[in-house]
Design a protein around this ligand. Structure first.
Ligand SMILES: *Cc1c(COP(=O)(O)O)cnc(C)c1O
Length: 375
């Protein structure tokens, strides 16, 4: 068996090597390392792909979230509603800006924020809500958008794991994930669905004024060089990354299809096992399977992981400690919050290899072994 990995970036690269190598060398030869033409082209091409007015590239997905919160003018002490069951970056930026994270539970089927919990968490101090499209599945945006509108609270979509996915509204309108909130954020971390060959991120919005502010914040608070209007940061996407991402963007839909095909294979193999709950696919969106995450019932997860590792099958727990229990946030005193679904999931989720290059032979090897070991 080929050396199995959670994500196989090497095989993906080899398929587009000629194009990628030429694009990288082109940037090096042009020496336009910072804000070269590829950065602007990527922004325009992504805006067209997503159907959103503005795409602002930045240094990474965490910065994207931070810049989004800064652009909304949030003040220390303002409350931001987020799920606890997410990658820490979503929450870290809230704490970094001295805002108050207000954690809500997720739904056990979709792994995404429970809309009723959001409703109950809203207070006069709530100044933003961050829905996270976890593992590649979109939050149920229509009721969330209605709720946010009713209370006049901006939504920041954390789209780091779901780029390329879509959401369908009740009237049939289809929108790309990351383009429905006031601001959308994504990450080009190499293992993400649209990954560069280093760090990168982007911010999306349809609001012209907000786009100006976001751009300014990402660029030392300046519109005109050396005239600084506000405190910002230095958050740029390298031209080399932009050149690579322009090529990979053209393959994104095909990459999403390949991930879905692998997920279909897994689903089919696991469907009759009472100890395995396969990922739920909500009718209102297309799942792009950033992760393929099972819930194990009455099975020893740690033992399974060890035994899989012995057979050279990698697996991961995303995430072993939910955000509200992280030491990072101990001053907020959130560790004892009651988030029963989050706590339950933390103990039973396991993610299997998923990427664009999995072969039927590899999928057969993984599923046969999982089924044999789980009994
Ligand atoms: C990866 C990720 C981020 C952060 O992106 P970086 O580019 O690594 O900074 C934020 N939120 C979620 C849900 C992520 O998966």
């Amino acid at each position: 068996m080929h050396n199995l990995q959670m994500v196989d970036l090497k095989r993906q690269y080899l398929k587009i090597k000629t194009e990628i190598d030429a694009a990288v060398i082109n940037v090096i030869e042009s020496t336009a390392f910072i804000n070269g033409p590829d950065v602007k082209h990527l922004a325009d091409e992504m805006a067209a792909y997503l159907g959103v007015k503005h795409v602002i590239p930045c240094a990474n997905g965490t910065d994207a979230l931070q810049i989004a919160l800064m652009a909304l003018g949030l003040q220390p002490g303002d409350e931001v509603i987020t799920p606890s069951f997410t990658y820490i970056a979503t929450v870290e930026v809230v704490a970094l800006l001295r805002l108050v994270p207000v954690f809500v539970d997720v739904d056990a089927d979709t792994f995404t924020m429970n809309i009723n919990s959001v409703k109950n968490a809203i207070t006069p101090k709530t100044k933003a809500i961050i829905p996270v499209h976890l593992y590649g599945q979109c939050v149920n945006m229509e009721p969330l958008m209605a709720l946010a509108k009713e209370h006049n609270i901006p939504l920041i979509e954390d789209n780091a794991q779901a780029i390329g996915g879509t959401y369908t509204f009740a009237d049939g309108t289809i929108k790309k994930t990351g383009t429905m909130g006031t601001i959308g954020c994504t990450s080009f971390f190499p293992s993400k669905n649209l990954g560069g060959y280093g760090d990168g991120g982007a911010i999306f919005t349809n609001d012209d004024a907000l786009a100006e502010t976001l751009k300014m914040i990402a660029n030392h608070g300046q519109k005109t060089k050396y005239y600084h209007e506000m405190v910002g940061c230095n958050s740029r996407l390298d031209t080399i990354q932009a050149a690579i991402l322009r090529i990979k963007l053209r393959h994104l839909d095909e990459y999403c299809d390949a991930r879905r095909a692998a997920a279909d294979y897994y689903d089919n193999a696991f469907k009759n096992n009472p100890k395995i709950v396969t990922p739920f696919r909500a009718h209102y969106c297309t799942h792009v399977f950033h992760q393929y995450t099972l819930q194990l019932k009455n099975a020893d997860r740690n033992k399974l992981q060890e035994q899989l590792a012995e057979r050279k099958i990698p697996s991961m727990i995303y995430y072993p400690v939910p955000s509200h229990k992280q030491n990072m946030l101990k001053e907020y005193g959130t560790a004892d919050l009651s988030l029963p679904v989050t706590d339950m999931l933390q103990d039973c989720v396991i993610s299997l290899p998923i990427h664009t290059e999995l072969t039927t032979e590899e999928l057969a090897y993984i599923t046969t072994n999982v089924l044999e070991l789980i009994g």
